[in-house]
Design a protein around this ligand. Structure first.
Ligand code: PLP
Length: 426
């Protein structure tokens, strides 16, 4: 049998032989006693090293407006950094807040504020609604889903395609169901699919009629600048699109420098209508006197300009693009043509999404674990950890050094093949 005949077309004897090969390969893999980890999308140490100069900044303590950054105040963040990221995110400086070290915390804060007080266009606090539902494109980011679950917010899924969520399904859901108050969206190089929301889909999301008057798009642009190729995807300008179609308060945008400078000590951003920004800082002010402006100042000096951010991202690309190429090479060489898996070929972001045969993702993850390779739990990219087809596995190749990415991916391929032949033989 040619090595590329799909498993489904092989005879019982051929499958038997193939199964034996895979069992031997897996036994050999286990005997190596590896300890590798492809679970979380963290920057590698070499990427963090790119931001070393931050550690000797800021020079001076005053920002461009003459504000002493060491003192309290300035909830919305220092002006020059808001301007820098406003340009990068295609919004006006008044529409941006520069905050603390985590955009995920900002997302949680926004949900808390909506829950306790409602948004600028709400009739009542969300906690006083009988039920609140969110649309979750899948596969998606596990922390988005656990955050909603913590509120008791219900989740309905729609498929995520290459050009964004299934917008027909979204439009239908929001048109008739007033409990649907929002949706998640990672518009650029999505976690984990790598999808980039097209201009057309963004325009439809911005303009679609919704039964809830205060429907929100949580536009989590965590990977806005994280290109893996020279062809840089441009995020749709959702704030302008929404304002132009009469829904200026619908999108709330988030971003951060977690994967630009330091994942634990970056700066996070929120953007929305000017009213949304005022609403957010108004609530923020009940528990904060101001952000870490010293960190904001050193970020502003470190980058120097919006172009400084873009230039910095090229250095990241040089470190991580070879790791993604290795994932692609090994998956193609080991699994191509066998009809046992499909996977994404992201042009940016931090993840590859691997779809194995239905019903085998948890088996693959378990086999990998027994061989010493930690993979993100099967189902993690779905609400409640429940992948109804048990087929999607998120691969995160940025953190390990290149040689470990190769070793881990060879191991993953072995586990996929073994689980597939078990399934096909029945
Ligand atoms: N949003 C997405 C889609 C992510 O993948 C991540 C991190 O993996 C975050 C947000 C976290 O962002 P931050 O570090 O700014 O809290």
């Amino acid at each position: 049998t040619a090595t590329t005949t799909p498993l489904a077309q092989r005879s019982a004897e051929e499958l038997e032989a193939f199964a034996q090969e895979q069992q031997q390969a897996y036994a050999a893999l286990k005997a190596r006693g590896l300890s590798l980890d492809l679970t979380r999308g963290k920057p590698a140490a070499a990427q963090l090293d790119l931001a070393d100069d931050l550690l000797s900044l800021p020079k001076g303590v005053k920002d461009a407006a003459g504000v002493d950054t060491r003192n309290y105040g300035g909830l919305e963040g220092i002006r020059e950094l808001r301007e820098m990221f406003a340009e990068l995110l295609w919004v006006e400086p008044e529409q941006v807040v520069a905050g603390g070290n985590s955009s995920l915390v900002m997302m949680r804060d926004v949900l808390v504020d909506l829950w306790l007080h409602g948004g600028v266009d709400s009739e009542r606090p969300w906690s006083q609604e009988e039920k609140v539902t969110f649309i979750c494109p899948v596969p998606g980011y596990d922390r988005h889903f656990t955050l909603l679950d913590w509120f008791g917010i219900e989740m309905v899924t729609v498929p995520m395609h290459d050009d964004g969520p299934d917008v027909e399904a979204v439009a239908q859901l929001v048109a008739s169901d007033p409990t649907i108050k929002g949706m998640w969206l990672v518009p650029t190089y999505a976690n984990p699919s790598g999808s980039v929301v097209s201009q057309e889909i963004a325009a439809r999301l911005a303009s679609m009629p919704t039964a809830a008057p205060d429907f929100k798009i949580f536009w989590d642009n965590a990977y806005a600048f994280h290109h893996l190729t020279e062809e840089e995807a441009k995020s749709a300008d959702i704030l302008t699109l929404a304002a132009a179609s009469g829904h200026p308060h619908r999108p709330i945008m988030f971003a951060s420098t977690s994967k630009i400078t330091l994942a634990g000590a970056g700066v996070a951003f929120l953007a929305g209508s000017v009213e949304t920004v005022k609403w957010y800082t108004g609530h923020l002010g009940k528990g904060a006197i101001g952000p870490d402006k010293v960190n904001q100042l050193r970020h502003s000096q470190f980058f120097g300009s919006p172009q400084g951010v873009r230039d910095h991202m090229v250095k990241h690309r040089e470190i991580i693009a070879p790791k993604f190429a290795e994932v692609e090479r090994i998956l193609t060489e080991r699994l191509g043509g066998l009809g046992v898996a499909t996977w994404t070929r992201p042009t940016g972001g931090y993840f590859v999404s691997l779809d194995v045969l239905d019903g085998t993702a948890s088996r693959v993850v378990a086999l990998a674990k027994d061989a010493g390779i930690a993979l993100t739990p099967a189902g993690a990219s779905f609400p409640h950890g429940d992948d109804p087809r048990d087929r999607t596995i998120r691969l995160a190749p940025t953190f390990p050094p290149l040689d470990q990415v190769s070793e881990a991916m060879e191991a993953v391929a072995t586990c996929v093949l073994l689980a597939a032949v078990e399934q096909v033989r029945g």
